[in-house]
Design a protein around this ligand. Structure first.
Ligand code: PGA
Length: 250
């Protein structure tokens, strides 16, 4: 069976509606759908609709939100519900990105709640896990990843995992230009798969790698069969570079 690769762009706090539309139009000129390859775009929430509309005729594209609240509505100033981002055109949501965890204090428990609500509402959660450099250096990579995955396992039953996508994103690799080696990434992916299998998850859950993925390293990373795709920040911000990157691998 050929692997279905996911190339997910996380634009973070870049590209408002006008820039996002210009990006989408340029991207359409440069690419056409490729079999066995899905392209996900996570613009800032205010640009979800414009990107979803611009790319609506592309069957290989899914648009996503970068964050949501777990409650369906209420007095949560500044937050967005899943049904709101879905109404704007999102079909995917990043959950527990390391910037949410480390800069905004998101906990394992909140990540699990968001994942549960995403599944119940019918949007695909892309759940991110990853260790900091201090955790890696003190030999705690395995226990940190296991704790983060376990928090989701505790709330999401084995059959629901067919609708979950994971991303391994070591915190020290994000935005630093220092990617995990293909071997290191593959090892953590295997660790996660083993943990899922031990807890009765029989499905092969796609696991993406993220952290300084670029044109220079994407081929060597995706050469490892343990990786089902990539989650890309900096190298996804320019349409020409991104179009080139999504053409590599597989
Ligand atoms: P980066 O970001 O590719 O700029 O390292 C990845 C991410 O944060 O998802």
């Amino acid at each position: 069976m050929t692997r279905r690769l996911i190339y997910a762009a996380n634009w973070k706090m870049n590209h408002g509606p006008a820039e996002a539309l210009a990006f989408a139009e340029r991207f359409l000129q440069l690419t056409s759908p490729v079999e066995d390859r899905d392209l996900w775009f996570c613009p800032p929430a205010v640009a979800i609709r414009v990107v979803a509309e611009a790319l609506r005729l592309r069957p290989d594209v899914r648009v996503g939100a970068q964050n949501v609240h777990w409650e369906p509505k209420g007095a949560f100033t500044g937050e967005l519900s899943i049904s709101m981002v879905m109404e704007a055109g999102a079909r995917v949501v990043l959950v527990g990105h390391s910037e949410r965890r480390h800069l905004f204090g998101e906990t394992d428990e909140q990540v699990a709640r968001k994942t549960v609500t995403a599944l119940a509402t019918g949007i695909t959660p892309l759940v991110c896990v990853g260790e900091t450099s201090a955790e890696r250096e003190s030999g705690r990579t395995e226990s940190v990843i296991q704790r983060q995955v376990e928090a989701v396992l505790a709330r999401v039953g084995p059959s629901d995992w067919s609708r979950v996508v994971l991303a391994y994103e070591p915190v020290w690799a994000i935005g630093t230009g220092k990617n995990a080696t293909p071997d290191d990434a593959a090892q953590v992916h295997e660790l996660i798969r083993f943990q899922l299998a031990q807890r009765g998850v029989a499905i092969r859950v796609p696991i993406l790698y993220g952290g300084s993925v670029s044109l220079a390293n994407v081929l060597s990373l995706l050469a490892r069969p343990e990786l089902d795709g990539v989650l890309v920040g900096g190298a996804s911000l320019d349409p020409d570079r991104w179009a080139e990157l999504v053409g590599l691998g597989g």
